[in-house]
Design a binder for this molecule. Structure first.
Ligand code: HEC
Ligand code: HEC
Ligand code: HEC
Length: 435
């Protein structure tokens, strides 16, 4: 009796030792081992749900009218269209047959389960910073979602961008996976909270995928930098987070930054266009301590472009507007805009943003102004701001010349000092949208 018990215990121990050896030994993932070998806990799954929210995974991986995470959404790039993949646990068509290592490799190295190099329209250039345990949590959560049988669509990129060798070269030039522990890295200069903020902004939040300028091969070529980026699909301009004349929040209070991220209400205006979607699907769900950490990080002086790098944003009118534009601008403004934005562009607190002294109005890149007037503006409806006021579209009421006139006016009235907008700037965006 005693002997049998002993052998059972011995065998159990042996099995345990073998299992843990198999688990912790090199799995070909450069030392990154899954943090949990057992069935995921509820806590891990709910953390995964939170992280996929903050990372905005569902937004790209869900097609209009399609099942959540089933992919198939077209992502426009300057080189053609890339379709997002099915991340549901369907074994044939989704990632049901993947394990946590496969998933980590996709996020960290940008390599699919079948070794295919993934297109950086999937922002793994940022997600490479995601820690192994966060990746595992997201994987565990995705595996609990309903499976969908949506078939992955091959990308429609132009040659040579559709080839693996082009991607290989691109990756050699512009991508290196960050060191393993980077996401949790600490240094003596900055607090743990600052590192958490850096991780969320640069990694999961992938803010720079929109907010930084890109070179001609589509690689992010500045840090927070002086220049923001034009989004290839919508032509919206994501202003630079390191430039005081653009989107820097250095002069905002911590509370204002947190409020902007979690409700879409900023001190001068509202999150609008693609930023409204970021807030709506992602940042409004930030836990208070994470939002505070991001705010702290976004105010770090290191992030700001050196003055000499900063393009002057408020360039006085350089003669690009003619006299008739200026004569008609104020009239159009009174007729179509003043009811909401006020006679002096002062706006109405809590409802309509001021246009006087608003850096979104004097931004060097005028794409967003044109977008807002053509298509209207919608702040996100969030828990913190459930019923935002909307800005009506003027696409049908105002022609290109009139939009140029009214925009040139608001950029140079009430103390604003920015260059005029030309008719061409309007027609270019109208055309870009009509296909
Ligand atoms: C900006 C849009 C975008 C966002 C945001 C995004 N993805 Fe993707 N993702 C893509 C695209 C596009 C692909 C396909 C790339 C390809 O086929 O080369 C992809 C592919 C993937 C793949 C590889 C699937 C396969 O079959 O090889 C995984 C895994 C993945 N994404 C996970 C995620 C996770 C997790 C998140 C959130 C943290 C996320 N994605 C957020 C656009 C996005
Ligand atoms: C999909 C592209 C995209 C992503 C991702 C994105 N942004 Fe934006 N962001 C924009 C655009 C476009 C604007 C300009 C429109 C506006 O002001 O709302 C903007 C504006 C802003 C502003 C300026 C607000 C103001 O009133 O001056 C801040 C601050 C900002 N974003 C922070 C962030 C942070 C932090 C992240 C990461 C969590 C992020 N953004 C991710 C596109 C993006
Ligand atoms: C019915 C009220 C209303 C009218 C009329 C109106 N707007 Fe707006 N406008 C808004 C609201 C509300 C917002 C905030 C929503 C947003 O930014 O998406 C806004 C936002 C804007 C912004 C963006 C400001 C920022 O901080 O990002 C600009 C620029 C603007 N309006 C210009 C105009 C011009 C020019 C006209 C006249 C052609 C006009 N608006 C007419 C309500 C109005």
């Amino acid at each position: 009796m005693q002997a049998r018990k002993f052998w059972l215990a011995f065998l159990a121990l042996l099995a345990l030792a073998t299992a843990s050896w198999l688990w912790f030994s090199d799995d070909g993932m450069s030392g990154n081992t899954s943090s949990d070998s057992h069935a995921p806990s509820l806590a891990q799954i709910s953390r995964g749900e939170y992280l996929t929210r903050i990372g905005n995974c569902a937004h790209c991986h869900t097609a209009a009218g399609g099942a959540a995470f089933a992919g198939g959404r077209a992502i426009d790039t300057p080189y053609g269209v890339v379709y997002t993949s099915n991340l549901t646990p369907d074994r044939e068509r989704g990632i049901g047959a993947w394990n946590a290592d496969d998933f980590w490799r996709a996020l960290h190295y940008g390599i699919s389960r079948d070794q295919r190099l993934l297109n950086p329209a999937f922002p793994y250039t940022s997600y490479t910073r995601v820690t192994r345990s966060d990746a595992d949590a997201m994987f565990a959560y995705l595996q609990t979602q309903p499976g969908a049988t949506t078939l992955n669509r091959p990308s429609a990129l132009r040659w040579p961008y559709n080839t693996q060798w082009a991607l290989r070269i691109w990756r050699k030039l512009f991508f290196s996976p960050v060191a393993q522990a980077d996401g949790a890295r600490t240094d003596p200069v900055h607090s743990a909270e600052w590192h958490r903020g850096a991780y969320l902004v640069q990694g999961l939040g992938h803010c720079l995928e929109c907010h930084a300028a890109r070179n001609s091969l589509g690689a992010i070529n500045s840090d927070m930098g002086a220049r923001g980026g034009v989004l290839p699909n919508t032509q919206w301009y994501a202003p630079a987070l390191g430039n005081a004349a653009e989107a820097s929040v250095a002069s905002w209070s911590q509370d204002n930054i947190v409020r902007f991220l979690t409700s879409g209400v900023g001190p001068n205006g509202y999150a609008t266009g693609p930023m409204a979607e970021v807030v709506l699907h992602g940042t409004q769900y930030l836990q208070p301590q994470d939002a505070a950490a991001m705010a702290l990080y976004l105010q770090t002086p290191e992030l700001f472009a050196r003055e000499t790098d900063a393009p002057a944003s408020a360039v006085p009118a350089s003669g690009s507007t003619d006299a008739t534009a200026n004569a008609n601008g104020p009239k159009l403004y009174q007729k179509f805009c003043a009811d909401c934005h006020g006679d002096q562009g002062q706006g109405q607190p809590g409802a309509y943003p001021a246009l006087a002294g608003n850096r979104a109005v004097t931004l060097r890149n005028t794409n967003n102004l044109v977008q807002v007037v053509l298509n209207g503006g919608f702040a996100p409806a969030t828990y913190g701001n459930p019923r935002p006021y909307g800005m009506p579209p003027f696409m049908l009421q105002l022609n290109d010349e009139e939009i140029a006139q009214v925009l040139s006016h608001i950029r140079s009235a009430w103390g604003n000092q920015a260059s005029g907008v030309s008719e061409f700037d309007i027609s270019r965006l109208r055309r870009a949208q009509s296909h």
